[in-house]
Design a protein around this ligand. Structure first.
Ligand code: CLF
Ligand code: SF4
Length: 290
């Protein structure tokens, strides 16, 4: 049985459990991505896979020892999250790790984060694995707006650009959320707020993702980089306005710490990544997949 939203509000730092000092560990097991967000410097992900460069992405079979060590160092950890550094459904690694967690650490909450491109076709696998909470990053529900945020998708081996790619991405995200939510899994939606592109669109995103069954919504401010390096990051007032607009339709999470894909500890309070991981991911400050 999956944890309910009510349970997660007490024990999951990103669903309300921050009040109770609940911690999480991110296992960076998912290399590579299948979409091209214009604000994401994909060389960060590609670097990990280049032959000859020591990979910082963990292998699924390394995770059990890492988890054991992390729980010793930080007993507040209640949640195992997989949030990158690429997409969790683009390979089988994340689901393999959750299988291990389910068997060896049954008390930990299993939390997965995805861009949703493959969520519709892989929903049953996610449900069968007993994931407790799923986050999907939905940056627009209008393909024209999405195409300004995402250059292309790689879908079943084919590169599909612009509005055509955006249509497929949005459809799969929404259909996927519908299936996951119908199975009783709590869904959070993250949106990267780029005021000049989707600033006026937040209300529609919040309304749409609520309609398909999401429970909670999180706004992540743009970090201007890559193709969107000349766009402005939202001001605090713009973030507040977006949250107020979204909260007409859905619960809004306001304590996001924009964690790295290899973060360990209580978000905003403690960080043990350097002790748990011998080599950190080579990521600078970047978007968050939480
Ligand atoms: Fe990690 Fe994300 Fe799960 Fe949380 S983070 S996969 S839902 S366990 Fe949390 Fe970090 Fe914000 Fe994410 S504070 S970036 S919302
Ligand atoms: Fe992929 Fe995430 Fe980067 Fe988007 S932000 S291209 S989903 S790794």
């Amino acid at each position: 049985m999956h944890n309910t939203y009510e349970n997660l509000k007490n024990s999951h730092p990103c669903f309300g459990g921050h009040k109770n000092n609940a911690g999480r560990i991110h296992l960076p097991v998912s290399p590579g991505c299948n979409i091209a967000c214009r604000f994401c410097d994909r060389t960060i992900n590609d670097v990990e896979e280049r032959p000859g460069v020591t990979s910082k992405v963990l292998k699924p079979e390394e995770c059990s020892d890492i988890l054991q060590k992390a729980l010793e160092i930080c007993p507040d950890i209640k949640v195992v999250g997989i949030a990158g550094p690429g997409d969790t459904l683009a390979s089988d690694n994340a689901l393999k790790v959750f299988k291990i967690v389910k068997e060896k650490f049954p008390d930990l909450i299993k939390c997965m984060s995805t861009n949703g491109l493959l969520l519709n076709e892989r929903a049953d696998e996610v449900i069968d694995m007993g994931i407790d909470s799923l986050t999907v990053t939905v940056n627009a529900v209008d393909p024209e707006i999405e195409s300004k945020l995402n250059a292309y998708i790689i879908y079943h081996g084919e590169k599909i650009e612009g509005i055509e790619g955006a249509k497929i991405l949005i459809k799969n995200q929404l259909e996927g959320i519908k299936k996951i939510a119908a199975a009783g899994i709590t869904v959070k939606v993250n949106t990267v707020l780029v005021p000049e592109i989707n600033g006026e669109h937040i209300e529609e995103i919040a309304k749409t993702v609520k309609e398909v069954g999401s429970k909670i919504y999180n706004i992540i401010p743009l970090i201007p980089q890559h193709e969107l390096k000349d766009y402005k990051a939202p001001t605090c007032a713009q973030i507040d306005a977006a949250r107020i607009a979204a909260s007409k339709y859905i619960d809004v999470f306001r304590h996001c710490q924009h964690c790295r894909a290899d973060a360990v500890g209580v978000p905003g309070k403690s960080e043990f990544g350097d002790q748990v991981y011998q080599r950190r991911l080579r990521v600078k400050e970047t978007f968050s997949h939480g």
